[in-house]
Write a protein that binds this ligand. Structure first.
Ligand SMILES: Cc1cc2nc3c(=O)[nH]c(=O)nc-3n(C[C@H](O)[C@H](O)[C@H](O)COP(=O)(O)OP(=O)(O)OC[C@H]3O[C@@H](n4cnc5c(N)ncnc54)[C@H](O)[C@@H]3O)c2cc1C
Ligand code: SF4
Length: 332
């Protein structure tokens, strides 16, 4: 049985105290939310930290609220459990976000796991999500230990571990923004800017910064869908996640389109080239097929997750087409 290493535990009572603790403790301190991603990785010595700052008691990151003109904006606290996000009435108009939250892991994990932890989870790779002995036997790699090579892509200059989180693509399709609060103040950024195209350090978050909330705006997205490819529907990580967000006028003309792909690269990303082909016209079988085939080209999975890269690439076209057809069947 793998055991947790020794660490110091601090429970913060408010946001200011949590930020101060993280700054005072320095880079060896890590944020603890639901612990469903962090603790297994600490057990496997993939993540090493000497102190955990528990943010679960912070009122500032709990709950959901509506603001803005006609209540068109929704703020989701980063501490909201995924089970709550999956069925919350304030998210009724954001299908993709609720569908993504509902498909993370299992019911027991969704009760403990938080939105912030889901967005800030580590990248994954079959060569590192193993015990330390197993990784040492392989000679470690660019992400794990002192290794100098990538076992999944030997010619790669940086780690290509995959970001497999479900909710980030759904939020990208909805043009969401995230708020980070740290020692240097607060910043609000489009969710895509939270991610860095390097599987070793997948986030642009600075040390001590806490993701406090996610902001959604009805003016950017009126309809959306999230589809997930995985081995077992009751449990597994995404081998591919496809989220689509649209804004259409009454005639069905697409005014805004955002197709986001997850599970096929170190960052979840917006497939702009495919999204642009949908603009200015109603959805048609031809435009759906074109967007789907561009997404298959843009998806570049490698052999570091379950299922072959070519299958996952082909499935990108299938899921994008399926998602667009689902939206096409709905009245705009
Ligand atoms: C068996 C199993 C199956 C899983 N399946 C899925 C799946 O299908 N889809 C999926 O997306 N995930 C899956 N996960 C991963 C994980 O459970 C979820 O991503 C979960 O949402 C993580 O949230 P948490 O609150 O537990 O995060 P934690 O484990 O507490 O934290 C994860 C990381 O985020 C950081 N962090 C947490 N909160 C914040 C914050 N507010 N600001 C800044 N940094 C923060 C932590 O320091 C840590 O580095 C699975 C995990 C397990 C064990
Ligand atoms: S993609 Fe390569 S460097 Fe990154 S974790 Fe996997 S084997 Fe290691």
């Amino acid at each position: 049985m793998l055991r947790l290493p020794a660490f110091r535990y601090f429970s913060a009572r408010n946001l200011g105290e949590a930020v101060r603790m993280l700054m005072d403790l320095g880079p060896e301190a890590t944020i603890l939310a639901g612990g469903t991603d962090l603790l297994p990785k600490m057990k496997r010595r993939q993540i090493r930290c000497k102190a955990l700052v528990d943010i679960r008691l912070l009122k500032e990151i709990s709950g959901l609220r509506r603001t803005g003109e006609n209540g068109g904006e929704v703020h989701i606290g980063s501490g909201v459990p995924l089970a709550e996000a999956a069925s919350h009435p304030l998210l009724e108009e954001w299908d993709a976000v609720r569908q993504a939250a509902a498909q993370v892991a299992t019911p027991s994990i969704r009760n403990a796991a938080t939105l912030g932890g889901n967005l800030c989870q580590d990248t994954r790779c079959i060569f590192v999500d193993r015990s330390e002995e197993w990784r040492a036997a392989l000679g470690f790699c660019l992400k794990s230990g002192d290794g100098a090579v990538c076992h999944a892509a030997p010619g790669a200059d940086r780690c290509r571990a995959v970001f497999s989180g479900d909710i980030a693509p759904a939020l990208m399709a909805a043009a969401a923004r995230v708020r980070l609060c740290g020692g240097e103040g607060t910043r609000l950024l489009p969710i895509e800017e939270l991610y860095r195209d390097d599987g070793r350090v997948g986030l642009t978050r600075k040390h001590g910064e806490i993701l406090t909330e996610v902001l959604l705006d009805r003016r950017s997205c009126r309809e959306s869908v999230y589809l997930k490819l995985r081995r077992r529907d009751c449990f597994d990580f995404a081998l591919l996640g496809v989220a689509i967000g649209l804004l259409r006028d009454q005639a069905g003309t697409v005014l805004q389109a955002r197709i986001a792909l997850g599970g096929v690269s170190p960052v979840p990303f917006l497939a702009w080239e495919a999204s642009r082909t949908l603009l200015g016209n109603p959805l048609t079988p031809e435009s759906v097929a074109e967007a789907a085939s561009i997404c298959a080209r843009l998806a570049k999975p490698i052999s570091n997750a379950d299922a072959s890269p070519s299958y996952r690439k082909r499935m990108a076209a299938v899921l994008v087409a399926r998602g667009l057809e689902e939206l096409l069947r709905k009245p705009s």
